[in-house]
Write a protein that binds this ligand. Structure first.
Ligand code: GLU
Length: 434
């Protein structure tokens, strides 16, 4: 038998590449390690979970409206495929870099595992401010990017979906480009499509609805109710606006919401349906009548029952954790809090529902969309929402039980549940070639 020649310390250490040093990724690695420790995971398994399997960098030349060509950077990271095809969104944002995409892809692996889905983890993105592009430029960018990553995606390989800065229209262009190049319609190559072309009912609001399902469950566990509870929502994109709407519909008092331009506050609660209408016409929440202007930062420090950070990563860290007054934090965004901040706040008695559970509703309904596409048999919205509730509440309960059993916070517990499932599958599949 061949002897293993490698020096252990060498194989366990991360190489110095910049994309493996991004704070979001380092934070995910720390969480994976902590999760592994809780279940006494095999160090060889943990070492494998700490590296992305494949990172793809593409150049995306785009004909702009002024006829000049601009070349954008695009990425797709295929982090892990033990449990099934790679799965995760595509982000369009000016701060996108390979390191961020690696971190987000690692979170998708954890999330898909903890949600019990038959998926590995992946993520993609383009470094671009989509608000600065015309519709034609956005379409050209999306189609060329899809073509560049085309050989690596597919309904059985890697299935993108919307994320920050992308939407159902983006997915429609991706599906069409991929299908044109294959020569026939392949609806299941992406999820989050419009319903007219193989999307699922309920997908658009699914992440926000999932946030609210787990919030309700947490209130129930703490012997409280969502009705009358005060809620602040940071971010009013797809996730934040739906989380605010469904909270409001359940009788919660949504006292503050915000977007990139700033926030609005009303101590008696904001009429969220009207705020959504206002945003349709004004493109921002700022200036909404019956409200006071507040900053994004002030919103985070409000004294509320539930704080939902639904924008971008890294908004709560060790530097500002002590300013948080909320009694519960539900992470609608990916990576809005660091592990250190989680620990500080957990110690203070704040109940935290981590991203990999809280915002899992999106990918759960993506899974339903993929299943419906493969059967060409579509469900009604009630069925979608009912199944979503049962899956996400089950994931929450698993995390909650683990947290109680091991006396850890919900992030550590979710990591432990996730690593446990991944480990079982990896050990069964073995290491190729051996
Ligand atoms: N971008 C979403 C997330 O971060 C959805 C991913 C998906 O549906 O594949 O979970």
């Amino acid at each position: 038998m061949e002897k293993q020649q490698t020096d252990k310390s060498e194989t366990q250490e991360l190489p110095p590449e910049e994309h493996l040093r991004h704070p979001l990724f380092l934070n995910a690695l720390q969480a994976i390690e902590e999760g592994g420790k809780i279940i006494n995971a095999d160090p060889n398994i943990v070492a494998r979970l700490k590296r992305p399997k494949r990172c793809l960098i593409v150049s995306v030349p785009v004909r702009m409206d002024d006829y000049n060509v601009k070349v954008f950077n695009g990425y797709r990271v295929q982090y892990n495929s033990t449990l099934g095809p790679y799965k995760g969104g595509i982000r369009y944002h000016q701060d996108v870099c390979l390191g961020e995409v690696v971190g987000l892809a690692a979170l998708m692996m954890i999330k898909n595992s903890v949600m019990g889905l038959p998926y590995g983890g992946g993520k993609g993105g383009i470094t671009v401010d989509p608000t600065k592009l015309s519709r034609t430029e956005k379409q050209n960018l999306t189609r060329r990017f899809t073509s560049e990553i085309g050989p690596f995606i597919g309904p059985n390989k890697d299935i993108p979906a919307p994320d920050v800065g992308t939407d159902p229209q983006t997915m429609a262009w991706m599906m069409d480009t991929y299908s044109q190049e294959q020569g026939y319609t392949q609806a299941g190559v992406v999820t989050g499509k419009p319903v007219e072309i193989g999307g699922s009912l309920g997908r658009n609001g699914a992440t926000g609805l999932g946030v609210v399902y787990v919030t309700e469950r947490a209130f129930e566990k703490l012997g409280k109710s969502m009705k009358g509870a005060t809620v602040a929502v940071q971010g009013f994109g797809n996730v934040g606006s739906h989380a605010a709407l469904y909270s409001w519909e359940r009788g919660a008092k949504v006292v503050a919401v915000s977007d990139v331009n700033g926030g609005i506050f009303n101590g008696d609660g904001l009429p969220i349906k009207d705020v959504i209408e206002y945003v349709k016409n004004n493109k921002t929440v700022v200036g909404f009548p019956q409200s006071q202007k507040i900053s994004n930062e002030e919103l985070l420090y409000l004294d509320v029952d539930a704080l939902m950070p639904c924008a971008l990563e890294g908004v709560i860290g060790a530097h500002n954790a002590d300013k948080i007054k909320a009694r519960m934090i539900i992470e609608g965004a990916n990576g809005p809090m660091t592990n250190d901040a989680t620990k500080i706040l957990h110690k203070k008695g704040v109940f935290i529902i981590p991203d990999v559970i809280a915002n899992g509703g999106g990918v759960v309904v993506s899974y339903f969309e993929w299943v419906q596409d493969s059967m060409s048999f579509f469900w009604d919205e009630e069925e979608v929402n009912g199944r979503l509730k049962s899956i996400i509440v089950k994931a929450f309960d698993k995390g909650y039980t683990m947290a109680k059993e091991k006396n850890v916070d919900m992030r550590q517990a979710a990591m432990a549940v996730s690593v446990d499932r991944l480990q079982k599958a990896m050990l069964l599949r073995g290491l190729y070639p051996r």
